[in-house]
Design a protein around this ligand. Sequence first.
Ligand code: DCM
Length: 130
Amino acid sequence: MHVMAGLLRDADGRVLLAQRPPGKHLAGMWEFPGGKREPGETPLAALARELREELGVTLQHAEPLVALPWNYGGHELLLDAWRVEAWIGEPRPLEGQALQWQLPALVDMAILTPADRPILQTLIEACSAA
Ligand code: DCM
């Protein structure tokens, strides 16, 4: 499956994390907001839909960061991470999930879903190269 993830940064450079709700795979772990691309959807359209559904924000501009495969022992996914450079609205937890803003370098990798850890590492490297 093709899973989209959006990396929203605030003015202080903190990145937005969402906690996976109870009852879902990897419940309680933190992830970059996003979700599965539906058949026929472009990656950007899927990212925009997921950010609207989960956070109530309107995507204006995103740039691809990295897409990395992951295998959760049974189901394989491609986690397609985009830097969300501009959006409209204040992110709200519309699906009951907790949200937090955290500086990338201060995120404890252990709280992230395993597939999101190399994404965060790529973001940190991209920030330090900039
Ligand atoms: N997933 C992930 N990291 C994300 C988004 C999703 O590891 N940022 C994984 C969790 C599930 C699968 O992708 O195994 C599908 O996500 P969902 O259950 O949210 O549809």
